[in-house]
Design a protein around this ligand. Structure first.
Ligand code: C2G
Length: 132
């Protein structure tokens, strides 16, 4: 069983997120999503999400590519996650290119996947705001 993990906030779920999850799953047989908690988003990522952690978790668990959702509570948990979840591959969008290469030291493949252009949660929020 080749286990892949990815991390993110996944707020206002859109096709860019789905494309990422689809490609991440294709790197193995089992995909774990470490989902940023509400506290991690607001305190560490400076993100205010529309949907709560539980709502974002429910959405992700409904996606065929996702096998398990766990909480992402700190920047530092990645190293231990690789061992706790027996991860073979870490995958994330290439907006993070190079930032997680240190995980290779834990014996995992590190893959940066091209982001889907033209869509982002911020863009969705801004375009809805303009229509008000
Ligand atoms: N993504 C993408 N294409 C987009 C938008 C997002 O491929 N148009 C990818 C991002 O690169 C990321 C994932 O979808 O891999 C989730 O996006 P975010 O929720 O914005 O994740 P982020 O805030 O970058 O969290 O510790 C790592 C962080 O938690 C990553």
């Amino acid at each position: 069983m080749r286990r892949v993990i990815t991390y993110g906030t996944f707020d206002l779920l859109h096709y860019g997120h789905i494309n990422l999850l689809k490609r991440a799953k294709a790197l193995g047989d089992y995909l774990i999503v470490a989902l940023s908690t509400d506290e991690f988003n607001s305190l560490m990522k400076g993100k205010h999400t529309y949907f709560s952690y539980e709502q974002r978790k429910q959405l992700l668990e409904a996606i065929r590519y996702v096998d398990l959702v766990i909480p992402e509570e700190t920047w530092e948990q990645k190293r231990s996650d690789m061992h706790e979840y027996h991860v073979d591959t870490f995958a994330i969008g290439d907006d993070w290119e190079g930032k997680f290469d240190f995980l290779k030291e834990e014996g995992v493949n590190v893959v940066y996947l091209p982001r889907t252009p033209e869509i982002s949660t911020t863009q969705i929020k801004e375009s809805l705001h303009k229509k008000d």
